[in-house]
Design a protein around this ligand. Sequence first.
Ligand code: SF4
Length: 352
Amino acid sequence: MACFFSPNGAALYLFYFFNIKYFFSQTLFVTFVLLMKKYPFSWLSFCRVGNMFRLVGSYALSVVFKRPIGSAYPYAASFEPANYCNLSCPQCPTGRKLIEKTAQQLSYADFCYYVDALSPYLMYLNLYFQGEPFLNRHLPQMIRYARAKKVMTCVSTNAHFLTDNVVAELAQSGIDRLIICLDGATQASYEKYRVGGNFNKVVDAIKRCVDAHLPVEVQCLLLESTENEQKAVESLVRNLGVTHFYFKKAQFYDDYLLPQNEENRRYYQLEDGRLRVKKAWKNRCFRMFSSVIVDVNGNLLPCCYDKFGHYSYGNIKEQSFRAVYWGEKAMRFRKRILVDRSSIDICRNCTE
Ligand code: SF4
């Protein structure tokens, strides 16, 4: 992992250096550091602090008693701005068109409704799930709305739609993290994974965002096509003036573009060719209690690994958030994790 200096980069170094991961989730730690930096103490409210205590307490009790206990709200969420994409990445079910769906965007009205329902407790909001978020032209407006409620916002993008106008709007929006995916040091290596993508367009977009002083983080996936270009990608990004950059071990469904170097993989490859995550599964998952996904149709999903929506808890346009989040389906799913996580396919491909 390479990481130039930036406040959340420094926070991540501390996180791993002191092994804080044994006590805290990474997102929670970065959220805390960024909130403290942006709004020293004004983001703290009775609701948020009380909810955090309830959340951690209910998680601990649930792990001990092996059944979901409590009623806290998640402190983090991901909303899906658009469920389709301009690229065709080979390890992405959306890019491969494996999911049957019609192309849709989250409306601004629905977005505000979700934020209003969650913001008394919510501290961190990802504006991405499947699809390219900047296909939704309301994105900068959404970020502004969430920021007005003192919720940290993060967007991850392939950067093909970061035109001058969009970058200017983003600079006004107050976005807290803008993750740009640059998976290669040349067009040839980049397009092996980012099929249909334009390397120069991404490099230009990074320059534009750096010049506009946006909080850019550049991420490069470790793939067969990038693992031997790490130095080249790093020096390219450094020369663009990016202060936060890292390599990420990718999620795979099969071994296409799997790195040759074992150290660059999340997985062991079994003799029959199947992949198995290296990290041992434990019957627990903090994300189950701390965060949630809302897809473009309002379905509440347990986490970003549920790409096909097989474990949906229900729909928050039809019922209240509370009724769905602590409803029967959600409880059944959490119980399964606490008793036998390996029985759930998505959890077997997860390093949480
Ligand atoms: S895949 Fe399972 S273990 Fe991983 S974050 Fe989702 S619910 Fe938790």
